[in-house]
Design a protein around this ligand. Structure first.
Ligand code: PHB
Length: 374
């Protein structure tokens, strides 16, 4: 009799545990937490935690568990970790992806396993074409570059040198800038590409100086911007009268304050700035600053924060179901983000958003990308 009762209790416990296990929804988050792009991983981790602390850690009555993995910025590692997350941990969603090659490496796994993949950071336009399961919550380089070229045209800039990091997003930025600027009658004096392995800006900055443009248009991935600005100043290009026009990656909110006066006056085009005056952004920046001892969120952070909201909104609609149902639900999501209006284009799974121009100014003793009047 005792034995039977014990067995029944054990069965009940085991099935309760099984339901619990089945009920938790897992998100596999893969980002660089070490290496030269660790600042991206830190922003993503901080923002995912902030999102869950403000919005709770369950959706549709099920617990949402985030499994964070560090790929060190190495594509083979990203692919292996994503594979393990899908096969062993049975995640419902893959998310993160700090650099384009890391997103490219993972796309076939999303397709084969039919796992939705939310690209929060990597920004080459072609990423969303690599798998029908990819949805983007960050931005693309063409989105933010075209308004930079239009700013140059509108402000009477006649001669530009372009300088970009020599890989996916840099080539997107160069192509978009050159096409838009030339179509409006501008002259591209030279187009320079800096290698990603061992980036030394010195010889390239010398060529910019010799070409004597009014403006140098720059894209380098976040993390590399501070090095660029330092060398730009040290080599006297500002004194030679050359201005920097950039995508917001170069004057990234995470690193901007440490760049010092070298960054003052830089014009950047981007979808996010910590200085956006909307109520939603003010609250977001205050929440982040409170949680992380006066640090500031940047565009990678907002890509992660909004990426979590996209996943939560999708899961609410599917009542926790993943796979194709979650993908379809996420295609129809739109909301008011700290960056402004955020929507997913259902045809391309690409983020739709506003892009603004900013100027680096000192506000209350700190450097900010202050939005220019439209
Ligand atoms: C990318 O590799 O796609 C990437 C990384 C950092 C950026 C922008 C693009 O700031």
């Amino acid at each position: 009799m005792h034995k039977r009762r014990f067995l029944l209790a054990a069965v009940a416990l085991a099935s309760a545990a099984a339901i619990q296990a089945q009920e938790s929804i897992k998100i596999g988050l893969v980002v660089p937490m070490t290496g030269p792009f660790a600042s991206t991983g830190r922003q993503v981790e901080n923002n995912v935690k902030l999102y869950q602390s403000l919005h709770g850690d369950s959706v549709a009555g099920r617990k949402v568990e985030v499994i964070l993995k560090d790929d060190g910025g190495v594509a083979d590692t990203t692919r292996r970790l994503a594979q393990e997350l899908v096969l062993k941990d049975k995640v419902s969603v893959l998310a993160g992806f700090g650099l384009t090659p890391l997103a490219f490496a993972t796309a076939p796994i999303a397709t084969q396993s039919k796992t939705p993949m939310v690209v929060m950071n990597a920004a080459t336009a072609a990423i969303t074409e690599r798998s029908p399961f990819i949805v983007r919550s960050g931005f693309t380089l063409p989105q933010v570059t075209a308004p930079a070229a239009q700013w140059a045209l509108k402000n009477g800039v006649k001669r530009v040198v372009t300088l970009v990091a020599d890989y996916g997003p840099g080539l997107d930025a160069e192509k978009t800038f050159v096409e838009t600027y030339k179509a409006g009658g501008g002259e591209i004096v030279e187009s320079l590409r800096v290698p990603m392995a061992n980036p030394d800006f010195a010889p390239f900055l010398q060529r910019v100086r010799d070409a004597k443009p009014e403006v140098v248009f720059v894209f380098v991935p976040s993390g590399m911007g501070a090095g660029f600005m330092k060398q730009f100043t040290e080599r006297g290009l500002a004194q030679a009268g050359i201005r920097v026009l950039a995508t917001g990656d170069v004057v990234d909110d995470d690193l901007l304050n440490d760049m010092g006066d070298a960054a003052l006056g830089v014009i950047s085009s981007f979808h996010y700035s910590a200085a956006l005056p909307s109520a939603v952004n003010r609250k977001y920046v205050a929440d982040y600053t409170k949680a992380y001892a006066s640090a500031r969120p940047n565009f990678h952070g907002v890509g992660a924060y909004d990426g979590m909201h996209l996943i939560y909104e999708g899961l609410k609609k599917t009542k926790g179901e993943g796979g194709q149902a979650l993908l379809d639900a996420m295609k129809a999501v739109s909301f008011e983000s700290p960056r402004g209006k955020f929507a997913i284009d259902p045809a391309t799974r690409e983020v739709v958003q506003d892009v603004r121009l900013h100027k680096v100014e000192r506000v209350g003793g700190q450097l900010f990308n202050v939005p220019l009047a439209p």
